[in-house]
Design a protein around this ligand. Structure first.
Ligand code: NAD
Ligand code: ZN
Length: 233
């Protein structure tokens, strides 16, 4: 792998599973007992703000009892040690990559520990419960919502992600089902730009056929092995 300089890593819920955070399309396609349409869409937020805010309040509160696992730690090590380009794009809304120490990363689907003002667009670090109609510290509108990208909304920083994919020599997808677009399409984009593509996942995903190589197993084992391989190449 000595010809590799620029790496883009995409992570999904599977990278946090061994930390004890439930994945999404587990049995029955539910997320912590809820149909995703009931908690992850702008329509749900409008129809039942109490339910949606409470759902994310619980997810946010749960972050204080989980810790980064060896997959997050290994990616943070890669971030510190890799001399070439690196961008870790996470679909996760937990904060385990940054708590492990990763810095060259972004949250394309938003972050639980952040609030977004629907009126003025300002963002705030948010650690506690966020009831509906909480006033915005910047503009005072009662319009703070969890800073989560719902189905039907456009993910964050797509231009930056596409620019990184265009420069990538290696694209690595970790713990994601390949069912949620546009992230699920990154492998094809990276491939079209000439990158090598590698998947690390517990089992075959919907996108497995698109990858040059798929390694099957838990992220907490596969990611440290892959990082070791990259840093020793
Ligand atoms: P997903 O839940 O749809 O798929 C998870 C994938 O990870 C599956 O393919 C599964 O086989 C794999 N997996 C499970 N355990 C694993 C392990 N130990 N090691 C490696 N792989 C493992 O997740 P997704 O593709 O990220 O899509 C879900 C969406 O829901 C995301 O957009 C995300 O925003 C949201 N979500 C986030 C979190 C979180 O922040 N931790 C948790 C659940 C859902
Ligand atoms: Zn505001």
């Amino acid at each position: 792998m000595s010809d590799i300089r620029n790496i883009v890593v995409l992570t999904g819920a599977g990278v946090s599973a061994e930390s004890g955070i439930a994945t999404f399309r587990g049995p029955g396609g539910l997320w912590e007992g809820h149909r995703v349409e009931d908690v992850c869409t702008p329509e749900a937020l409008a129809a039942d703000p109490d339910l949606v805010h409470r759902f994310y309040d619980l997810r946010r509160a749960a972050l204080s009892s989980v810790r980064p696992n060896p997959a997050h730690e290994a990616l943070a090590r890669l971030d510190r040690a890799w001399a070439g380009g690196l961008l870790i794009v996470t679909q996760n809304v937990d904060d385990l990559h940054e708590r492990a120490g990763a810095t060259r990363m972004l949250h394309m689907h938003g972050a639980l520990r952040q609030a977004l003002c629907a009126a003025c667009g300002a963002r705030f670090a948010w650690a506690d419960a966020l009831p509906p109609a909480t006033p915005c510290p910047a503009c005072a509108a009662p319009a703070l919502r969890p800073d989560i990208v719902f189905f039907g909304e456009i993910p964050y920083q797509m231009e930056r992600i596409e620019a990184a994919l265009a420069q990538a020599d290696l694209f690595v997808s970790i713990g994601t089902s390949g069912a949620v677009y546009p992230a699920a399409g990154f492998v094809r984009l990276a491939d079209a730009y000439g990158a090598r593509t590698l998947e690390l996942n517990l089992d075959r995903s919907e996108g497995s056929d698109w990858f040059d190589e798929s390694r099957l197993g838990p992220a907490g084992t596969l990611v440290p092995q892959w990082v070791e391989q990259m840093l020793n190449a």
